[in-house]
Write a protein that binds this ligand. Structure first.
Ligand code: ZN
Ligand code: ZN
Length: 569
């Protein structure tokens, strides 16, 4: 870098000597080359020009909007400052200016600024430009405004690969897996465009949110058949996809075969093991990651800590938790505290857990308190439970700011995998969304069930089937376990009778419609309740069907009356 710097200064000096330093055309190559090398030098060069033209401003705005780091003095927000200054100085933006400025907004998820720039583009007649429209889709997608993104897309007279890709990414990153796949199929039917690697990464991520293994295998096959290189981001997306679809073995295989990995790849595998309750494997991978010279980040620690909590590894959990700030300079977030609360709660250390929450350095949210409430339910500590319930009712139930913040923090370049994860967990936790919901894939078609919902076309048959199943279960001594209902653990229990929990409906539907002996895979957005857990165990035994439920926290593999979690979750 210093070497190049020197070169640029010499070039600059020569321009000054030959009297060309105020000549816009002579300055262009200089501006372009130093914008790629040093943003601050490029800025000082810009300010040394008496009246820079639109090209000069565009060069600087683009360089800042594209800069790989969003941290140090935040180049994308400087891009916006430059845009404002350009307008103040009366320089007319051209059709290059708007996509660059909007890109900066998209990367920062600055919705208000983005909207303001959008309306300026409309005023100046640049809104029909395809680059402007593509960036708008990107912006609205990153800000979670799926409808606005769709509106831009729908109104486009001409669409290119980037338009489709941005739209598919918008759906996938906002947890709308089915819509993402529908858009992907539509593109294949309606256009002759060929998907690229960036688009396929979004498609893989869409499959992850659905937990649809058959679709996932098809997409993996498609990627390999199309001879896409398994890049770091593609491999990482496949690892996330396989682990979220309940196939940790395939995730490990993808990991082993990857020619190159980064910290996100390692983190994806660690989180995969954690999700599957393979705590020791998760920790082993964590130490291996460090040995290989990769630095664990915020998300990595969520993985290892949740592995500790699923495995009941109290001592390791404390060690890791304490090292987050001390050894890595990362401030623990709600997820990390949540894992510790879970770990202490499961161990029955209820008072210690309560004190831990009281001493948290950030305000606990209702999920943290509900985790302790769950532990109170397990250990039948009604007195503490009542106290905790009061704390929950003090909190604003619709406050989801923490998630949005975290999601924005991950908005930077190449971090979309986690970002999608955060968005998903927002959905999975039911924030701003319907309460209990389960997805099930039968013959590559996704069916969705909401607690007590009767909108499914086969709703009548499903309810009859569920009635038959419950009758069979009662004959072997099943009685609905309502303890969670009394403890008010999830919204779902409060509102609906236990027998209509969405995962029960999904399993009834699967027994009706899928082939004998095939594993039933359910994706549930909330944590599975005690009663549904007992239900699944009994069904797996009586009907000799393997059932795999991915709930908010982990996978449960039910086989012949037993669950892989050992009834400890
Ligand atoms: Zn339930
Ligand atoms: Zn289980």
């Amino acid at each position: 870098m210093p070497h190049h710097h020197h070169h640029i200064q010499k070039l600059h000096a020569r321009l000054i000597k030959t009297g060309h330093h105020n000549d816009h055309l002579s300055l262009r190559p200089l501006l372009l080359s130093c914008a790629t090398l040093s943003l601050s030098y490029a800025r000082s060069l810009l300010y040394s020009i008496p009246s820079p033209d639109a090209f000069a401003w565009n060069t600087l705005i683009r360089a800042h909007a594209n800069a790989t780091t969003t941290k140090a003095d935040s180049p994308p927000s400087n891009a916006l400052n430059l845009f404002v200054e350009m307008r103040q100085r009366g320089v007319s933006p051209d059709h290059y200016t708007f996509p660059f400025a909007l890109k900066a907004c998209a990367r920062l998820a600055f919705l208000q600024t983005g909207k303001a720039i959008h309306s300026q583009a409309v005023t100046l007649g640049f809104d029909s430009d395809i680059f402007v429209q593509n960036t708008l889709i990107h912006l609205y997608g990153n800000c979670g405004l799926v409808e606005s993104a769709c509106q831009v897309f729908d109104e486009m007279p001409h669409r290119d690969l980037v338009s489709w890709s941005a739209t598919i990414a918008c759906f996938a990153n906002n947890g709308l897996g089915e819509e993402a796949l529908a858009a992907f199929r539509e593109m294949q039917v309606a256009t002759s465009l060929r998907p690229d690697e960036v688009m396929m990464v979004s498609v893989v991520s869409a499959v992850s949110t659905l937990g649809a293994l058959e679709l996932g295998r098809w997409v993996d096959f498609y990627v390999r058949r199309s001879a896409f290189d398994i890049t770091v981001s593609m491999g990482t997306a496949l690892i996330v996809m396989y682990s979220k679809c309940g196939c940790i073995g395939s995730a490990v295989k993808v990991f082993r075969e990857m020619p190159e990995r980064n910290e996100l790849t390692w983190t994806a595998l660690i989180n995969g093991f954690a999700l599957h309750g393979q705590s020791k494997e998760a920790l082993r991978t964590f130490y291996e990651m460090k040995q290989s010279g990769f630095r664990p980040d915020y998300v990595t620690f969520i993985g290892v800590l949740s592995a500790c909590s699923h495995g009941g590894l109290l001592e390791q959990g404390w060690q890791l938790f304490n090292s987050i700030r001390r050894d890595y300079g990362i401030d623990p977030g709600l997820e990390h505290y949540g894992c510790m609360v879970d770990l202490l709660g499961r161990a029955g250390l209820l008072n210690e857990c309560y004190d831990f929450i009281e001493r948290m350095q950030i305000a606990p949210n209702s999920i943290i308190w509900r985790t302790l409430l769950g532990a109170c339910a397990n250990y039948s500590n009604v007195k503490l439970a009542e106290h905790v319930k009061r704390r929950i009712s003090e909190l604003d139930p619709h406050h989801d700011g923490d998630y949005v913040l975290l999601s924005n923090a991950y908005g930077g370049l190449g971090r979309w995998v986690e970002k999608a994860g955060v968005r998903c967990s927002m959905q999975e936790r039911g924030i701003g969304k319907r309460p209990g919901c389960s997805l099930i894939e039968v013959d590559r078609v996704i069916h969705e069930f909401v607690a007590g919902d009767e909108s499914h076309p086969q709703s009548k048959e499903i309810n009859e089937m569920l009635g038959l199943i419950l009758e069979q279960l009662r004959s072997v001594g099943y009685a609905p376990d309502t303890s969670n209902v009394l403890f008010d653990i999830e919204e779902e229990e409060k509102e609906r009778a236990l027998s209509y929990h969405s995962e029960k409906l999904a399993v009834a539907f699967a027994l009706l419609s899928s082939h004998h002996g095939r594993t039933i895979r359910v994706v549930k957005n909330l944590r599975i309740c005690h009663d549904c857990h007992i239900f699944m165990k009994l069904v797996s035994g009586i009907f000799h069907r393997e059932i795999i439920v991915r709930d908010r926290n982990r996978f449960h593999h039910f086989r012949e009356g037993f669950c892989s979690c050992g009834d400890y979750w």
